[in-house]
Design a protein. Structure first.
Lengths: 232, 402
């Protein structure tokens, strides 16, 4: 059973009287433990695809099976549960809460899973360890470097041990060296912890660290291939 | 997340903008403050009057000379002075009354009282033997004026506690000779201490037989006649009976006024009801203004936290979680205002009570509940709209918001 199975997914936005097709009949299957890059120019529909994969948005047509379950008719609360337990997001601009310290930022998803404070802290500490950020727990995000902030965001994505991590241009705001570190962190998490990673990027170098590359253009998948050997 | 943690987070969030929170809550502070003050004042007045009336004795009717509410029509041309209430009126009531158990006549006047070289100007009350019973004012030592003292016009006097203290300096006064308005009187009793009522020291008085007092003051009319009805349910019947009897005695004229404690209480209740309306007006206006302030600031907060809302939804917050988060925040702001208002009110009352010892403003437990309820209510009512706006946000737009 595939972790993710998209069947005939389309997303059409209505802009005034015009219909804009963001995604057109996407079929995609991602197995558990894969590391997939989705690559395409801006406006190609890759962000929309990621939002649909992350249950932030529902498709206009088509079926989305997550761990074999069709989530098309899921309620708001059920989708929130999936985002909370099954999916971890990593964004280009980190999206940390400025008023919270590192530990509380990482523990944020756990609040909605109903864990008590002690458990949340313990889980957050262990997630921070996986993300290679073992000090600075009490710092605010504004006191950290870009690379450190992205590690906090990755720890937050990991904290509930999700089946899937969705990373949207995670290196977009980082310089090359730090970006490479972040990408190798993803690779290590995928290799050692078996976390499934879907990485959306327009940067070919970044895309090539994945083992599978899906190329998208004008809302359609135009290439889907294994990536052997080539690296950054 | 449990409620306590939500409150803690909301509190931290409101403390990030101390001034903003303070200014926002000002309306609530003023609203709750005025409610606390006015309700406590009203409650204090109620308790004060209730104590006053119960101190007077129960089921009492006071008959005063002269008609107070003349309902139209000119006075009788022959009667151009008010007919006085006389001792014979009193005796007539006593003889014929069936619905009441005691009748008391009373005459008051100022006068000088002297013992050895100490003297004092005070209130002299001429009355008969029923006074002590009717007004629930027993003697502490000795005895009260008896009916025999009245008929034989004995020069005896019963003194109040202040008189005992000031003139006799707590030596035993019984049997001593006291000069009252120039005459020599024998002290036969001391009243129990009653304290102050409506600013009058009830202990700074002396009581002498009614007949003797009328001679001293050279008066034919009584200041008032007090009638004690046999039971609370009989009060209305007693009013009717007194009216009938006195009209008979006065040749058909209703030239007197009967006041019941119920009348006095209902007058007070009318004042209290008016006051309550004023309270309600002030409170609702300031709470409305406060509520609008909270709504306004919550809309700003929701806008500022747009991205936070997006993040929370992305990591698994349900819409209801977002709704509750912002509702709790508005309730917290409102509650801060309520607590500040309540504290200011309590402090004001404590200061007032220490400055004016006679009149105690009352704390009632429900004033705390009331201010709590008001603030939470305002927080919820005016927080729903901003909170719904937050909960219904599109997470993708929210995450992109700069």
């Amino acid at each position: 059973m595939a972790l993710i199975e998209l069947k005939g997914i389309s997303k059409i936005y209505r802009l005034g009287s015009e219909d804009v097709v963001a995604l057109d009949n996407i079929n995609l299957s991602i197995e558990k433990g894969e590391f997939v890059s989705i690559i395409g120019p801006s406006g190609s529909g890759k962000s929309t695809l990621m939002h649909i994969l992350g249950c932030l948005e529902s498709p206009t047509r088509g079926d989305y099976y997550l761990e074999g379950v069709n989530i098309r008719d899921f309620s708001d609360s059920q989708l929130a549960y999936i985002r909370n337990k099954k999916i971890g997001f990593v964004f280009q601009n980190y999206n940390l809460l400025p008023q919270f310290n590192v530990l509380n930022n990482v523990a944020l998803p756990l609040i909605y899973s109903g864990y008590d404070r002690k458990t949340r802290e313990r889980m957050a500490l262990s997630a921070l360890e996986s993300a290679n950020l073992t000090n600075r727990h009490r710092h605010r995000p504004s006191e950290l470097s870009g690379g450190e902030r992205q590690r906090v965001a990755i720890a937050r994505a990991l904290v509930n041990q999700p089946s899937l991590i969705l990373a949207d241009e995670p290196t977009g705001n980082l310089d090359q060296r730090v970006g490479r570190e972040i990408i190798s962190l993803f690779a290590r998490l995928n290799r050692e912890n078996g976390v499934t990673i879907v990485l959306v990027t327009h940067d070919l170098n970044v895309a090539h660290s994945a083992r599978r590359i899906v190329r998208i253009l004008d809302g359609s998948i135009i290439e889907d291939r294994e990536n052997r050997g080539e690296s950054t | 997340m449990n409620l306590l943690e939500l409150f803690k987070t909301a509190l931290q969030s409101s403390l990030l903008n101390k001034w903003r929170t303070f200014l926002t809550t000002l309306g609530i502070v003023i609203g709750v403050y005025s409610v606390v003050i006015l309700v406590s004042l009203g409650e204090g007045a109620r308790v004060y009057f209730a104590e006053l009336f119960s101190g007077m004795g129960s089921n009492l009717l006071i008959v005063l000379p002269g008609k107070k509410d003349t309902k139209g029509g000119a006075p009788h041309p022959m009667i151009n002075t008010v007919r006085k209430l006389s001792i014979s009126d009193m005796e007539f009531l006593k003889k014929r009354g069936r619905t009441f158990e005691a009748v008391n006549g009373l005459i008051m006047g100022g006068g000088n009282v002297k013992y050895s070289n100490r003297q004092r100007d005070l209130m002299i009350i001429g009355t008969n033997e029923t006074f002590s019973y009717i007004h629930n004012m027993p003697v502490e030592s000795g005895q009260f004026i008896s009916s025999e003292d009245i008929t034989s016009r004995k020069k005896v006097v019963v003194i109040g506690h202040t008189v005992l203290k000031e003139l006799f300096q707590n030596e035993n006064p019984l049997g001593k000779q006291l000069s009252v308005a120039g005459g020599r009187f024998t002290v036969i009793g001391v009243m129990q201490s009653k304290g102050q009522s409506l600013g009058i020291d009830l202990d700074d008085m002396v009581y002498i037989p009614l007949t003797v007092a009328m001679d001293i003051f050279n008066q034919e009319g009584l200041t008032r006649i007090t009638v004690k009805s046999s039971s609370a349910s009989n009060v209305d019947a007693t009013i009717e009976e007194i009216t009938d009897l006195l009209k008979k005695a006065h040749g058909g004229n209703e030239d007197f006024t009967i006041i019941s404690q119920k009348d006095m209480l209902s007058t007070f209740d009318k004042i209290a009801a008016t006051m309550q309306l004023v309270i309600l007006g002030i409170a609702s206006i300031s709470l409305l203004v406060g509520g609008i302030g909270i709504m306004n600031i919550m809309l700003v907060t929701v806008k500022e936290k747009t991205r936070e809302i997006g993040i929370r939804i992305a990591v698994g917050a349900r819409r209801i979680d977002i709704l509750i988060q912002f509702l709790i925040e508005s309730v917290t702001i409102s509650l801060i205002g309520g607590i500040v208002g309540l504290l200011l009110g309590v402090i004001t009352i404590l200061i007032f009570n220490s400055l004016v010892p006679d009149f105690k403003v009352q704390f009632t437990p429900w004033i705390f509940m009331l201010s709590f309820g008001f603030s939470v209510g305002v927080g919820i009512i005016f927080g729903v709209f901003p909170a719904r706006r937050a909960a219904n946000m599109n997470p993708i737009d929210a995450l992109r918001y700069e």
